[in-house]
Design a protein around this ligand. Structure first.
Ligand code: 7RM
Length: 654
C-alpha cells in the first residue's frame, strides 16, 4: 500500500524548551548528546560496543560487535558471556545493598519496600526453587501473575538460570494462556491464587486450571503465589505454593553465564492475522538498550523514584519495570491495581506518598484521568515530579497540555517515547534536558538508532509533512531476533520490502520542518476514501481536538461508491449524547472534521459510547471496531476487553 499522499491536516507548532534547572542536573546535556550522536554517526558499531562495556559487567568480554552473516537475524556481542540478573542486582550490591529497589503498593493499600540485598536473596531462592523442580537453561517458563514484586522476582530468577520466560498478562483469558503455553512448549507455569484489580479479585489460578485442563501437555510444574488468599484447587504432584517451593532454599545462586545471544524472553504480541507472535529477545543487546534508555531518556539518577505504570505483561513493563531501571540501579514503584480504585486520585495520591520523581504512563490513562477533572490531581502534592513520559499511541495535544500543566505544573519535560515490543526499548524520543518538545510528536531518533521515513521504493522522504513508511535502516542491539519457532514469519513481517534491508515498523509517519517525527498510525490503519488516502489517526486527532470529545477511534467500512466510508466511534466529556443531542453533536463533529482536515475526511457514521473497546494495555481493538462498523457478527474473543459493556453501545444496541 502506498502511504505517499496520506493527508496531514494537523500541524502543531507549540514548542516547549526544557528548563535551565532541569538541564543543569540532567545526565545528558546538549553537548553530551552532540558527542554521543557524533560518535554513533562516525562509528556506529564502536559506539554500541563502548556503551556495552561501560554499562554492563561481562563474565567473558566480547570481541565481536555486530554479526550480520545471517541477516535479518542479527547478532550482537555474540562471543561474549554475561548474565542479565547479575547485571540488574549483583552489580549494585557493593554500593547499594540497602537501597530500595522496589516499592510495592497493592490495590488494597498494602505497601512493601524491597532492598537490593533482599531482592538478591529472593531471586536466588526462587532460582534455586526452579532448579529443584528441574527447570534448566533454555526451558520456557510462563509467568501469569498480578503486578506484584514476585512477578519481577520470577523473571529475574529465570534470567539467572538461563530459563526463557514468557509473561502472559493477567487479564488474558484461559484460552489465550493455553495458546501461549503451547506455542512456547513451556515446562512450568508460575501464577498466583488471585490478584486485586479494579476492586475485584482476578482469579488467576482458576483461569490457569482451565487452560491446563484444555491440554497443555508440556507443563510439568505449577508454582502458585498466595496473594488474594482465596481457595484454589492444588493438583497433587503438579502444583506447589511459592512459599513452600522457596522454603529452605539457599539465598545465593551462582548466575549461569549466558552467551549474549541466548534468548532472555518471549513476549507474545498480536499480529494482523490474529495468531499471536512470540517475539524473541536476546540477553545482552536487549539489556543494553534497556539500560541506556533508562539513563538517557528517563534521566534515572540515584535519588529518583521511577514509576512506570505498565504491567509486566507488556514490553513496557519488561524494559521500564523489571529490567532497565534495576540494571541502572534505580528505585521503582510497582502498583497492583487500577488507577480509579478507590477513586481517580489514586495515581496522584501515590505520587505524593512515595515522592515519585519520574512518571511514565499511556495516553489512554492520561485521557481517562483527565475526564475526571483537575480536582483529583490538585488535591495532592505532586511537587516531587520532575519528568513525565508517555508511550503506546500518539498523544493528542489536548491530553499532552493537560499532562504538562495539571500534572507537570509546566516544569516537567514530557518524553513521548515511540517504540515497540519488537524494538525492545525507546527509539524515537526527546532527551529531556535537551530536546524541545511539541505536543504530539515523539521528536527525534536516539543516538545509534537509524530511523527514516521512506516511500514505496524505499527512498527517503525529505519533503516536510509528507507521510510514508517508518523504517529502521540499521540493526540495533535490542531488536527482536526472531518470532519463536517461525523464522520465516519474522522475515516476512518485518523485512518484506526494500530488498529486506530495512526493518519495517508497520507505522506510518511524517517529519515536519524541524525533522521531528509524527506517528500517523499503523500502515493498516490507512483508509482509501474515493481515492484519497487518509490516516485514521489524523481524523481521530481532529475529533479529539473538539472541546466536547475525550477520545475517538476511526475505522473504515466498505462502501460501494467511495471504496471506504469513514466510521467514527466517539467518547464525549460527561454523559453520552443520545437522541437529539446525539444528532446535533454528529452534525457539529462532521463540520468540525471538515474544517480541520477537509470534507473528504468527514465521518459518514458517528457513534457515541461511554468508552472504546481496548486491550488491557490500552490499545484500541481496531479489528473489533471494523467488524462493528461493517455490521458483522462478532466472532473474535472479547474476553480480554477492559470494558466489554461498551460493545453493545457501539453496535447501537444499548
Ligand atoms: C511500547 C509499545 C507498538 C505500537 C507502535 C505504534 C504505537 C507506541 C507510541 C506509539 C505513537 C508513541 N509497544 N506507539 N508508542 N504511537 N506515539 N509514543 O507500545 O508493541 O505494544 O506497540 O504502538 O503504533 O507500532 S507495542
Amino acid at each position: 500500500m502506498s502511504t505517499e499522499d496520506i493527508k496531514s491536516g494537523l500541524i502543531e507548532n507549540r514548542l516547549f524548551q526544557p528548563s535551565a534547572e532541569f538541564t543543569a542536573k540532567a545526565r545528558i546535556k546538549p553537548d553530551d548528546l552532540k558527542a554521543l550522536q557524533k560518535q554513533a554517526d562516525e562509528d556506529y558499531e564502536g559506539f554500541w560496543a563502548e556503551q556495552a562495556r561501560k554499562y554492563m559487567d561481562w563474565h567473558k568480554p566480547f570481541t565481536q560487535i555486530l554479526d550480520d552473516s545471517n541477516a535479518p537475524h542479527f547478532k550482537w556481542f555474540a562471543d561474549g558471556e554475561m548474565n542479565v540478573s547479575y547485571n540488574c542486582i549483583d552489580r549494585h550490591l557493593a554500593s547499594k545493598a540497602d537501597k530500595t529497589a522496589i516499592i510495592f503498593e497493592g490495590e488494597p493499600g498494602d505497601v512493601h519496600h524491597i532492598s537490593y540485598q533482599q531482592l538478591h536473596d529472593d531471586v536466588c531462592q526462587f532460582a534455586n526453587a526452579l532448579k529443584a523442580k528441574g527447570v534448566t537453561k533454555g526451558d520456557r517458563v510462563v509467568i501469569y501473575m498480578p503486578m506484584v514484586p514476585e512477578a519481577v522476582i520470577a523473571m529475574q530468577a529465570c534470567a539467572r538460570i538461563g530459563a526463557i520466560h514468557s509473561v502472559v498478562f493477567g487479564g488474558f483469558s484461559a484460552d489465550s494462556l493455553r495458546d501461549r503455553i503451547n506455542d512456547a512448549r513451556a515446562v512450568m507455569l508460575i501464577t498466583a491464587d488471585g490478584g486485586n484489580r479494579g476492586g475485584k479479585i482476578v482469579a488467576l489460578k482458576e483461569a490457569a486450571d482451565k487452560a491446563l485442563d484444555k491440554g497443555c501437555d508440556t507443563i510439568e510444574n505449577v508454582i502458585v503465589l498466595k496473594r488474594s488468599g482465596q481457595d484454589v484447587h492444588m493438583q497433587e504432584g503438579r502444583d506447589s505454593w511459592w512459599h513452600d517451593a522457596v522454603a529452605g532454599q539457599n539465598k545465593s545462586c551462582t548466575p549461569e553465564w549466558m552467551n549474549s545471544e541466548h534468548p532472555l524472553f518471549l513476549l507474545y504480541t498480536s499480529g494482523s492475522t490474529g495468531k499471536p507472535k512470540g517475539i524473541q529477545h536476546a540477553s545482552a543487546g536487549y539489556l543494553l538498550n534497556a539500560i541506556v534508555t533508562n539513563l538517557w531518556v528517563f534521566d534515572l539518577q540515584d535519588d529518583d523514584i521511577f514509576w512506570c505504570t505498565a504491567d509486566v505483561g507488556w514490553i513496557t513493563g519488561h524494559t521500564y519495570v523489571a529490567y532497565g531501571p534495576l540494571a541502572a540501579g534505580g528505585t521503582i514503584i510497582m502498583f497492583e491495581g487500577a488507577p480509579v480504585i478507590p477513586d481517580a486520585g489514586r495515581f496522584w495520591k501515590m505520587v505524593e506518598q512515595h515522592k515519585v520523581t519520574i512518571f511514565y504512563t499511556a495516553p489512554t490513562a492520561i485521557r481517562a484521568l483527565m475526564k475526571y477533572g483537575d480536582s483529583f490531581p490538585n488535591s495532592y502534592d505532586l511537587s516531587s515530579l520532575r519528568l513525565l513520559g508517555t508511550v503506546g499511541e500518539p498523544i493528542n495535544p489536548e491530553a499532552w497540555m493537560w499532562y504538562h500543566t495539571v500534572i507537570g505544573k509546566e516544569i516537567c519535560p514530557i518524553v513521548d517515547t515511540w517504540w515497540q515490543t519488537e524494538t525492545g526499548a525507546n527509539v524515537l524520543t526527546p532527551i529531556p534536558g535537551v530536546t524541545a518538545t511539541k505536543p504530539g510528536s515523539c521528536t527525534l531518533p536516539l543516538p545509534g538508532m537509524a530511523v527514516d521515513i521512506v516511500n514505496e521504493d524505499g527512498e527517503s522522504i525529505t519533503e516536510p509533512n509528507k507521510g510514508g513508511y517508518l523504517v529502521i535502516t540499521k540493526p540495533w542491539p535490542s531488536m527482536a531476533r526472531t518470532i519463536w519457532g517461525d523464522d520465516n514469519r519474522y522475515v516476512e513481517t518485518y523485512f518484506p520490502k526494500f530488498g529486506g534491508k530495512y526493518y519495517l515498523a508497520g507505522d506510518s509517519a511524517r517529519r515536519d520542518e524541524d525533522g521531528y517525527f509524527w506517528i500517523m498510525g499503523r500502515i493498516d490503519d490507512v483508509l482509501n476514501v474515493s481515492g484519497h488516502r487518509l490516516g485514521t489517526m489524523e481524523i481521530e486527532s481532529a475529533l479529539v481536538a473538539h472541546e466536547a470529545v475525550v477520545e475517538a477511534a476511526v475505522v473504515g467500512r466498505p462502501h460501494e461508491l467511495k471504496g471506504e466510508a469513514v466510521v467514527a466511534f466517539v467518547i464525549c466529556h460527561g454523559d453520552r449524547p443520545v437522541g437529539e443531542a446525539a444528532d446535533k453533536m454528529v452534525k457539529e463533529l462532521r463540520n468540525w472534521v471538515g474544517e480541520q482536515i477537509g470534507a473528504i475526511a468527514k465521518p459518514d457514521d458517528i457513534r457515541f459510547a461511554d468508552g472504546l473497546p481496548k486491550t488491557r494495555s490500552g490499545k484500541i481493538m481496531r479489528r473489533l471496531l471494523r467488524t462493528i462498523a461493517a455490521g458483522e457478527e462478532i466472532t473474535s474473543d472479547t474476553s480480554t476487553l477492559e470494558n466489554p459493556a461498551v460493545v453493545a453501545q457501539l453496535q447501537g444496541k444499548a
